[in-house]
Each structure stands twice: as C-alpha cells, then as structure tokens.
Ligand binder design. Structure first.
Ligand SMILES: Cc1cc2nc3c(=O)[nH]c(=O)nc-3n(C[C@H](O)[C@H](O)[C@H](O)COP(=O)(O)OP(=O)(O)OC[C@H]3O[C@@H](n4cnc5c(N)ncnc54)[C@H](O)[C@@H]3O)c2cc1C
Length: 588
C-alpha cells in the first residue's frame, strides 16, 4: 500500500508543551521576532497542570506586607533542604516579580482587597506572599490569560493534538523532532533551529496523583534520548492533603489547601487528635505551618501506626470555624460542596498524600539551556530550582519565569532573518532532505503496525503506577527499590521494541504504547536516583536510611547513552555568598 507523503513543518523555535511555561516561552520568542511553533499533545493551553492549578502563586510583591525577593529566595532555599540550584532559585524569585506583574497587566484577575493584591500566607513562607484568583480559579485564569496573549501574536503557530515522539540530533545538536499527529495517526517531521521542552512533570507515574494523563514525563525521556542530563530525579513531591473521602465530584483533589490558608483547617488522625507536633513540628491548631514533605511524612506515619481514618488518611476539619466565616471564605464553593452532600460544619474530610509535582527534571543553566546545543527546557520539566522540596506557589512562578527566559534564549539561537528558509538557518541545521533521511528510522517505526492486543499496554501502565506507588512513593527502602527496578525491567521486556497498536487515527493503544515507553524510562531514572541516595531529605524518605547527612548535600545527575545510565554526584550550584544581601529591608 502506498504511504501518504510525510508532513513536513519548519520553524525557528519549536515548543513542546503548551502549559504556563510553553506559552510564556512562545510569547517571549515571538516578541524577539522569531517564528514559533507551539505544539501540544492535547489542546493548546488546556492539557497539563497549569490549567488545573487552583490555588496560589508565590511572589514577593510586598502588597500585603512589605517583602523582598531575597526573603522569598531564602525561604525557597530553606524548603529545598540545601539542594536548590541557587542561580535557578534566584531567577524564580527575582524575575517572578515582573512575570506576575505582567500577568496582572494582562488582566489575569489576581484577588484584590482595599486597593492592593491579596497575598495569602502559605507554609514555609515567612510572610503572606501568595497571590491567587478567587475562587479556586488561579490555573484556569493563568491559562486563559496566556492563551489570549498567544492568540494575538501571528508569529506563533499553534498545533494541538501533536505528540512529540523524539527529538532529532545532527552533529550533536537538536535540529527538530518527529511527532505523531493523533487525529490522523500520521507521523510529522518538524525542523527547528531551537527546541524548548515544556512538557511539565511526571506524576502520572503514580497510582494516586493529581495529574492529567499528559503528565507521564515525556519531556524527561525526550531529553535523555537526545543526550541531555536530568537532575534530582528522586525528589517527587507528594501533596499531603489530597482529597480521599467522601465522594467529591467536580473538584480538583488538591482543592482544600487554599481554605486551610484562609481558615486554618485542623489536621487530625483517625482518633480525632492533632498529631503534627509529635513529629517535631510546632502545633498547628488553627494555623497552617508545616511544609509538604513534613506533613506527608506525619500523615503516612500515623496511618502506618494504625491511627489513620477509615479510608486510610487523616481528617481535615473545619468544624471549629463559624458557618458565616466558612461561607465567606468558600464563596460559591460551599453550595457545590453541599451538592456533593458535604456540610463542613458537620463533616470532616479525609485526606491523604498524592503525587503532585516533581522537583527534579532536565538540568539547565540560568539561560534554560541544556547540555545539548539547540535544546532548552522550562517549567516543571526543569529540575533543581526547588531542591528536595518545593514551597507552595513556586511552581506557577517557575513556569512563567523559566518559560520567558527559555523563549528569549531559544530566540537568540534561531536565525537572524524572519523566516525559516534553508539559507537563514544556522550552518549546523541540515537541509530538509538530510533531515528527512535522519528521521527515517523513527518515522518507519511509527508507520509500522503491531498486532492489536498482543501487549496489554493500558494494563501495564496501571501495573507500573502500582509499582511506583508501593515501592517508590513517599517512603522508600532498598528492598522496595530493587523490587521496582526488577518490575520495570520486566515491563520493558514485555513491551518490546515494536510500537503496539494500529496506525489509524486516534488509536489509544498506540498512544499508551508511546506513553509506556517514556514512563518506563523515567520511572527507572527515579528508581536509580532514589536507590543511590542513602539518606532521607525532603521528599525522599528512606526507611532504611533515616536522617539527613551532610555528605549528601549534593545533586545527582543522570544521563542515558548507548542504552546505559550514568549517574554522577556533583556539588550543588551556589551563588557567591556576597552576591545576595539577605539583610535588606522589606519594601511595599
Ligand atoms: C492539580 C494541580 C494543582 C496545582 N496547583 C498549583 C498552585 O496552586 N500553585 C502552584 O504554584 N503550582 C500548582 N501546581 C503545579 C503547577 O501547576 C505546575 O508545576 C505548572 O503549572 C507546570 O507548568 P508547565 O507549563 O511546566 O507544565 P504543564 O502546565 O503541565 O504543561 C505541560 C504541557 O505539555 C504537554 N505535553 C506533555 N508531553 C507532550 C508531548 N510529548 N508532546 C506534546 N506536548 C506534550 C501537556 O499536554 C501539557 O499541556 C498544581 C499542579 C496540579 C497538578
């Protein structure tokens, strides 16, 4: 049968993933005068974590109380338990101020009171610092605002339904990508002078997660296969109070957090007792001070000790809060809760840790450049800024800030003209004929069909999620990590080399097959890094190696070459102590 001709596209800057980071990158690269192609395996601006975020964005605006980005930076480093890349943390906190102001100018609608932006006090921050859009609308408002800006710029071409399968390398440089167009089932070849990975995190690797199905860590696998290094892969953040019970339809599982900020919901064990102070933290009654890693630890230890709730978590109670205050803080949400049969004056909510964010990711410098020429990364896909534990609200700031930097850096590498003609391109980007030849193996792989049902990929994804949840979750030990490594190897052998499924349009088996290929690779990276780190720090808790060790105040990077992993321990990137004066005055 004759094959349809290969669809071939070209651009100055290719962006993989259209969440907060990808859209910010697109806007910045287009502002620098470049042609941008923004791709997403889902709908543009609707496929990842950004649109799901319901809560807060941390930034030292000094609107609620005097503040300075340096205080935010100090808090970020403290939460990161010694492992933050200081240049990246600085970028997040310092540049975040302008990024959040710009969103305000673009009409995002940050909540205001008495003529200033409202800033909530979240755990780990030394003062009220987190802006938000009421009620639970932060992520949707951020995504809508960016989508509107993107749509205004004719230099940005938006292509949804396009799953980037692999990056193309020529003379050690990334020069484009091969994608699968999901609607048609056809491969697509893209030539690009610069590529930005903005694919978000990996929390779909876990059975209990707050993610969308697009968050299986594709970007990490793309980066690894292109020769880039990953950093801090062992640090997966579990959000301590993900919703567990009673049944709740139409809400995000992490929706309770902003109401804890506002009202000080009480965390109780199955016996109705407050417990975080018995894990060495200050009592929280009516407040909210314990960081995510510490709260996750305390809840799971209570469950392990037989003091959990019936569904296996802890209670979150607002029963001490007067009804009028509940109504004021929850606004219209209170009626939606009532429709789910939840009356907070009577009902306690059961909550438990859920995989939520990844502190690790692609290793970049402060220009968002990876080790591989032509390849940049941004947003949650980047590792290192948040060290071993992320503060509430830092992730949206990270996505917007790192996205803009990556967009500018990629634009600087792209051709000087305003087109993508062969003679405009940097010398090391091949012409289209050479690129097509380069892409042939992966295009052929995508065009071959394997017998349907031969490999139960959907089932295997669930099996992998179980393995990760049980043995590579918030508590780890050597035996469990070895079990996980063996299970991953067995699943990989079972998947084999051929891509399962049909070559027709919208074949879910084919997509699951591509996802599983990436998820196995990324899961293995997490397991290797977690096995090597023989201490407990932040989000990485080892039952067999309790306590944080000075000699482990180092980062681990992972590379994958010729089918082999290379793990390297390296010093944490520090800024000269004199470069940041932490004794500054806070300002409004
Ligand atoms: C439920 C939830 C609530 C959250 N709440 C908050 C909060 O209140 N405050 C905060 O700071 N942070 C919050 N976070 C974290 C924060 O939302 C994310 O870290 C941040 O939005 C990540 O942005 P991003 O642009 O890097 O990635 P994403 O927004 O996840 O976007 C990645 C995009 O890449 C696409 N993609 C993936 N793989 C491919 C591929 N192979 N080809 C093409 N496209 C691909 C996806 O479809 C997706 O659209 C929350 C996260 C979740 C899940």
């Amino acid at each position: 049968m004759e094959r349809p001709p290969l669809t071939v596209l070209e651009t100055d800057v290719l962006i993989v993933g259209a969440g907060g980071a990808g859209m910010s990158a697109a806007i910045a690269a287009a502002e620098a005068g470049k042609q941008v192609m923004m791709t997403d395996r889902s709908l543009i601006g609707r496929g990842g974590a950004t649109i799901m975020a319901q809560m807060t964005v941390a930034v030292a605006l000094g609107e609620q109380e005097p503040d300075d980005w340096r205080f935010h930076y100090a808090d970020t480093l403290a939460a990161g338990r010694g492992l933050c890349s200081e240049p990246l943390a600085r970028l997040l906190c310092e540049e975040g101020v302008a990024a959040i102001r710009k969103m305000d100018e673009w009409g995002v609608g940050w909540a205001r009171a008495d003529g200033h932006l409202t800033q909530a006090h979240a755990p780990g921050h030394d003062r009220p610092r987190c802006v938000y859009v009421d009620f639970l609308d932060t992520g949707p408002a951020v995504a809508t605002t960016l989508r509107t800006q993107v749509a205004k710029d004719k230099r940005i071409r938006r292509i949804g339904d396009l799953l980037i399968v692999d990056l193309l390398l020529h003379a050690g440089r990334v020069v484009g990508a091969v994608a699968l167009h999901l609607a048609s089932g056809q491969p697509v070849l893209i030539r690009a002078a610069a590529t930005i990975i903005a694919t978000g995190g990996l929390t779909r690797l876990y059975r209990r997660n707050s993610a969308s199905v697009n968050m299986g860590g594709d970007g990490y696998a793309l980066a690894l296969r292109a020769g880039a290094r990953l950093i801090d892969m062992e640090f997966v953040q579990f959000f301590p109070i993900g919703h567990l019970a009673p049944r709740l339809v139409g809400f995000d599982p992490i929706m309770w957090d902003p109401f804890r900020y506002k009202l000080g919901g009480r965390l109780l064990n199955g016996r109705g007792e407050e417990f975080v102070e018995s894990y060495g933290h200050q009592a929280e009654s009516g407040g909210y001070t314990v960081t995510r890693d510490a709260a996750t630890y305390a809840i799971l230890k209570e469950v392990e000790a037989g003091r959990g709730t019936p569904a296996g978590g802890a209670y979150l109670s607002f029963r001490h809060v007067p009804e009028a205050r509940l109504r004021e803080a929850f606004g219209p949400i209170i009626d939606r809760l009532a429709a789910n049969g939840i009356d907070l004056t009577q009902t306690m909510i059961e909550v438990a840790p859920t995989a939520h964010y990844h502190m690790g990711g692609i290793r970049v410098d402060a220009d968002m450049a990876t080790d591989v020429p032509g390849l940049f990364a941004a947003g949650e896909a980047v590792g290192g800024a948040n060290g071993a534990n992320r503060l509430s609200g830092n992730a949206i700031t990270e996505a917007l800030t790192f996205g803009a930097v990556a967009g500018r850096s990629a634009a600087a590498l792209a051709p000087q003209g305003d087109g993508v003609a062969d003679d405009d391109l940097p010398d090391d980007v091949p012409d289209m004929a050479a690129l097509t030849a380069l892409a042939e193996p992966i295009v052929d792989w995508l065009r071959a069909s394997a017998p349907a049902g031969a490999v139960p990929v959907a089932e295997m994804i669930v099996a992998l999620q179980d393995v990760m949840q049980n043995d590579v979750g918030p508590f780890r030990n050597e035996a469990g990590l070895h079990r996980a490594a063996d299970a991953i190897k067995a699943l990989r052998a079972r998947l084999g080399d051929a891509l399962p499924g049909d070559t027709g349009p919208q074949d879910p088996v084919r997509v699951d097959g591509l996802d599983l290929r990436n998820m196995l690779m990324v899961a293995e990276a997490v397991v290797i890094a977690a096995t090597a780190r023989t201490e407990s720090r932040g989000a990485h808790q080892r039952d067999d190696h309790p306590g944080m060790l000075d000699e482990w105040t180092v980062n681990q990077t992972l590379a994958w070459q010729g089918g082999q992993w290379t793990l390297v321990v390296q010093p944490v990137e520090r800024l000269p102590a004199s470069s940041i004066d932490l004794a500054v005055e806070a300002h409004a």
